[in-house]
Design a protein around this ligand. Sequence first.
Ligand code: GLU
Length: 291
Amino acid sequence: MTKLHQYRGRFAPSPTGPLHFGSLVTALASYLEAKSVNGQWLVRIEDLDPLREPPEATGEILSSLDAHGLIPDEPVRFQSRRHTAYQAAIEQLLKTGIAYPCSCSRKQLQAHQGRHPQHCRDGGRATKNQPFAVRFALSDELCQWQDLLLGRQQQLVQAEIDDPVILRKEGFFAYQLAVVVDDIDQGITDVVRGSDLLDMTAQQLQIYRALSAPPPRWLHIPVIVNKQGQKLSKQNHAPALDNRSPVENLFAALSALNQQPPQSLLRKSVDNLLDWGCTHWNRRAVHLTSQ
Ligand code: GLU
């Protein structure tokens, strides 16, 4: 049984490439948030889209985490092995009318400013013989929540126009549903992730509600950018982390999180760095660097 009052955090990378410095910073922040309150920290590989995931990426991510001493408290979970759970959630949502089949193309939706020309939300035209996606039916809402770092957040959610795909036409389950189903199933109390996912949060709150589960707390950390101001990512050719210099990498990650580690740590071990990080973790300092 999951004890809900106990802190349970996670790092949930999509294996689209090896771990780079930006993802190390996110992983480290979620690890330190959890460990500084004696919480549990899990790793979940969000391998939902085999077409975007080089087969070696998962192994590379896991060995990089290992080399940097970021060891999860439970066996790693793989979303590729969780299809039955996502399918069950989709069926539940379809049955209660909070999800609906949609065969509109992206072009059609664009041409109608996000409205569905086939009136999919109201049962629409028969989708038989046509490939269809399943979308989550959002409610119109000016959604508000408290981010543990960024403070009060407000986001407009527009029914129909914003309705996210939860099962893609190609048969792949979508991030927006899978992340919520797994965070509920794993009893995650706190989500620490990059602020590039901030915009997803209001929709996810509605999915929690639809699945009758309490949402976690959220903490979005500023994403690390390169010299051109772009997010570090595979698309921008962010280099893979060098697993032979974990101390230097962790030191740089602590510095990026504005924790001001003393230079003497550079002569210490990975465990020493992580211990120092846990003892001195100051989430408010992270805020300052993003201003
Ligand atoms: N898998 C997502 C990503 O790599 C992160 C999911 C999350 O933390 O909510 O962008």
